[in-house]
Design a binder for this molecule. Sequence first.
Ligand SMILES: [Zn+2]
Ligand SMILES: [Zn+2]
Ligand SMILES: [Zn+2]
Length: 142
Amino acid sequence: MDENDVIAMVKLNGGRVTMPRRAILKSLLNAKEHMTAEELAKLVREKYPDIHISTVYRNLEELEKLGVVIHTHFLHGPATYHLESEIHVHLVCEVCGNVAEVPLDSLNPFIREIKKNFSFSVNPKHFALQGVCSICAKNSEN
Ligand SMILES: [Zn+2]
Ligand SMILES: [Zn+2]
Ligand SMILES: [Zn+2]
């Protein structure tokens, strides 16, 4: 996935490609970590100081409506943003706060089972799964 792919997706989903949107998508592509809207706005404004912070927030929302960007919550923290094309399931350790990323497919058996037994469609993208990571599990044994 590069900048052109993401831009193509905005157009495909009926969105306009404006300068602020381009800047947001670029920043998301370059992001190595999960970013809150605030962190993302800061990153955008480091390179594009003319873009107002509220413009970043508004466009982030619009890109989400277009299905290009998606947000996830970790524990009680604020939402963090991803490109929809790069979404994965998050495993968050409730002891140390470490976040692991696993493929969306890894939840398929669980999602199918819930659907079959309870006619409920699980959305695994919006919230992280909470638990205890292997390191913390080990520490609590001692
Ligand atoms: Zn993630
Ligand atoms: Zn942990
Ligand atoms: Zn949310």
